[in-house]
Design a binder for this molecule. Structure first.
Ligand SMILES: C[S@@+](CC[C@H](N)C(=O)[O-])C[C@H]1O[C@@H](n2cnc3c(N)ncnc32)[C@H](O)[C@@H]1O
Length: 216
């Protein structure tokens, strides 16, 4: 999907997102935030923060910045921050994950939950996540990755590929494809419900600078 189609889709989903996807996708979010919460005192960027459904789960001694392409999703997130008094949320900004307006190495942790298969250029977006993460920092990803071994699951996933535009995700998307050209190291990977369809990846940004040259 291009960014305009994504904006249009999430303009429609904003009001119903938490009711429809809140519980279905909860396990991956909880597992990702639990990993981030292991260490406090850090600055965290949540890319594709959506309605801010995870914001209240973060430790209060973390500084959280959220970005999203959809103003309507961000409005729900901003209302949540106000309602729940989430003073650890430093800002919620309208921004494209593929062109982050942050300087290199601005964050200790960068999280992307259920986002990388929605964006038009997943590898380019991952490079941006890597750029704004400090050397040695953590990148936490929750995503569906297609099964690359033959079998029923792979057949179903490939059959769904033509409908990806409607679904807003890519059923045929593999982890190898995402990581090709990236220098992040995957340190841990768990599968989570429903049906083990989603994976939680804990990754480390290598110490060498990856700077894409994007302006701060
Ligand atoms: C499936 S929702 C996931 C929301 C949230 N992370 C969660 O765990 O429920 C995908 C989110 O990514 C956002 N998004 C899609 N493409 C984006 C982009 N290029 N830049 C920033 N956000 C994007 C959408 O607006 C939407 O809020």
């Amino acid at each position: 999907m291009d960014t305009e189609s994504i904006r249009n889709a999430y303009r429609r989903y904003a009001r119903i997102y938490d009711d429809v996807f809140g519980r279905i996708l909860a396990s991956g979010r909880h597992a990702a935030v639990a990993r981030i919460n292991r260490q406090g005192g850090r600055r965290v960027l949540e890319v594709g923060v959506g309605t801010g459904i995870s914001l209240s789960d973060y430790r209060r001694d973390l500084d959280i910045v959220g970005i999203d392409l959809s103003l309507e999703m961000l409005t729900v997130a901003r209302n949540r921050v106000q309602r729940e008094g989430l003073t650890n949320v430093e800002g919620l900004l309208e921004m494209d994950a593929g062109r982050l307006a942050f300087a290199d190495a601005s964050f200790d942790v960068v999280a992307a939950m259920y986002v990388l298969t929605v964006v038009p250029d997943p590898q380019g977006t991952l490079a941006e996540l890597e750029r704004v993460c400090r050397p040695g920092g953590e990148i936490v990803i929750v995503n569906h990755f297609a099964e690359d071994k033959p079998g029923l699951r792979r057949t179903v996933e490939r059959g769904l590929a033509p409908f990806s535009r409607k679904l807003g995700w890519r059923p045929d998307f593999t982890l190898d494809a995402l990581l090709s050209g990236s220098r992040i190291e995957v340190e841990a990977m768990d599968t989570v419900p429903p049906f083990g369809l989603f994976s939680v990846l804990q990754c480390r940004r290598g110490a060498a600078a990856s700077g894409s040259g994007n302006p701060a």
